[in-house]
Structures are given as structure tokens and as C-alpha cells.
Design a protein around this ligand. Structure first.
Ligand code: PGA
Length: 254
């Protein structure tokens, strides 16, 4: 039996946060107990405008900083886009790629997400590759099929566990207050673990962190984070308040 990966509790701020929000980040950083620091990694992914300031404020703390998306290319004539190299230059260590809001509103395909994951690696960032089914796909009984196809299309074959995190986020659970049952989460995470074995091989399979995301809050964190093969959470709304985010992470110290 290989050792379980170190848990990761990641906050995705989405398009929220202005410069005074650095106080929230400071509240998170100063609220991390020695025990929590020992047991889990914490990550905050603010909007790109705040990455530099947050990275400065988080330096020396237990909190790492990430971006929410990147362009596949390192530089060039892509007005409005941000490269993985730019995020790294601003102090990011991670980047979320293929979030369902990017897939939906920016029509990102699995191939796009794959290219962004490669860009993250090129820039020395850890890619958090998001997958998850829509409500229609769940109702049609296609969850495992959809998630497997997204993984096969989005995860670069030669990724190592040090440069890849997978986040399972059922689209219908994001921002809705709805969550799958513990049994459903366990089933999908086991499938993701098995697929990672096929994509990456047995050496990396058990070391890649698989996060659950979608309406995680302090009240359901313990239950969700104890599910087998759940190695942490990707948290949207509840990551915007230090007490809630720390409340979720404290599932690892309870
Ligand atoms: P939520 O969002 O926690 O607000 O549901 C999760 C996400 O989109 O990453």
C-alpha cells in the first residue's frame, strides 16, 4: 500500500476580490494552526489581478497562491490572455485549468485543457485539472463515461503527481448548495483513480491528489473529505471568508 497523498484545500475566488481582500488572505494565513500546517496544503486562487499582491502577502505562510486559468502559449498576440509563465512570474505555484465555468462560458474543449495543463508544466506550475458532469449527464446515467472521457482528453499522459491535481466538480453542485451523496462521490473518485492508472501508470496513480468541489462548506467538509480517494477540496463561495475556508480545512485536524 502506498502512502496517501498530502491533502490540499484549495480556494477558487472566481471573479471576486479587490485589493482590500488581501485582508481575507492574511486572515486565512494567520489562522492556520501548526497542526493544520502539518497535515494539509492550503491554496488560494484569486483573480489574476491579485496574484502578485497575494503571493507577496502569503510569503512565509502555509498558504500557496494559484491562478484560475492560463493560455496555452507562453507569450504572443493574445489580447486579454494570461500565460502560465506570467502567473509563475507573479508568484503563483498552481493554476486551475478546465474549470466548468471556463468549459461552459469560454467553450474550452478537453484538448484546450490538455494544452493548458502542458503550459502549466512548462512554467513550473501544478495544474489543477477540473472534470465533472452536468445535471443532464447525471440524469442520463452518463457520469462515469463523461468523467473518464474528460480525464483521457485533458490529462497529459506523462504527468507526474508532483505537477498534477485532479478536481471532480459536478457542474450541478457548483454554487447551488447541492452535493452528491457520499456514495456517489466515492464512486466517481474511485473511477478517477482507476483512470489515472491507465493514463499515468501505477507509479503516479495513487499519488495524484483528487479534490472534490461543489458546495463544500464547513458543515459538510468532514463528511466529504473522509470519503476514500478524496484528497482535499476545491472551494468556491466558502473560500471568500477566512473563517469558512479555515473551517473546511479544519476537517483535517478534527
Ligand atoms: P462552490 O464552487 O464551492 O461555490 O460550489 C466550487 C468551484 O466552482 O470550484
Amino acid at each position: 500500500m502506498s502512502e496517501r497523498p498530502r491533502p490540499l484545500v484549495a480556494g477558487n475566488w472566481k471573479m471576486n476580490g479587490l485589493r482590500p481582500s488581501v485582508d481575507v488572505l492574511r486572515g486565512i494565513a494567520s489562522g492556520v494552526s501548526a497542526e493544520l500546517r502539518d497535515r494539509a496544503d492550503l491554496l488560494v486562487c484569486p483573480p489574476a489581478t491579485l496574484v502578485h499582491e497575494f503571493a507577496d502577502a502569503a510569503r512565509g505562510s502555509a498558504v500557496k497562491i494559484g491562478g484560475q486559468d492560463c493560455h496555452a502559449k507562453g507569450a504572443g498576440a493574445y489580447t486579454g490572455d494570461i500565460s502560465a509563465e506570467m502567473l509563475a512570474d507573479a508568484g503563483a505555484q498552481f493554476v486551475i485549468v478546465g474549470h466548468s465555468e471556463r468549459r461552459q462560458y469560454h467553450h474550452e474543449s478537453d484538448a484546450d485543457v490538455h494544452a493548458k495543463a502542458l503550459a502549466a508544466r512548462r512554467a513550473g506550475l501544478v495544474a489543477i485539472v477540473c472534470v465533472g458532469e452536468t445535471r443532464e449527464e447525471r440524469e442520463a446515467g452518463k457520469v462515469l463515461e463523461v468523467v473518464s472521457a474528460q480525464l483521457r482528453g485533458s490529462v497529459p499522459k506523462d504527468s507526474t503527481a508532483a505537477e498534477l491535481v485532479v478536481a471532480y466538480e459536478p457542474v450541478w453542485a457548483i454554487g447551488t448548495g447541492l452535493t452528491p451523496t457520499v456514495g456517489d462521490v466515492a464512486e466517481v473518485h474511485a473511477l478517477i483513480r482507476a483512470e489515472l492508472g491507465k493514463i499515468l501508470g501505477p507509479a503516479e496513480q495513487n499519488q495524484v491528489r483528487i479534490l472534490y468541489g461543489g458546495s463544500v462548506k464547513p458543515a459538510n467538509a468532514v463528511e466529504l473529505l473522509r470519503v476514500p480517494d478524496v484528497d482535499g477540496a476545491l472551494v468556491g463561495g466558502a473560500s471568500l471568508a477566512a473563517a469558512d475556508f479555515l473551517g473546511i480545512a479544519s476537517a483535517y485536524t478534527s
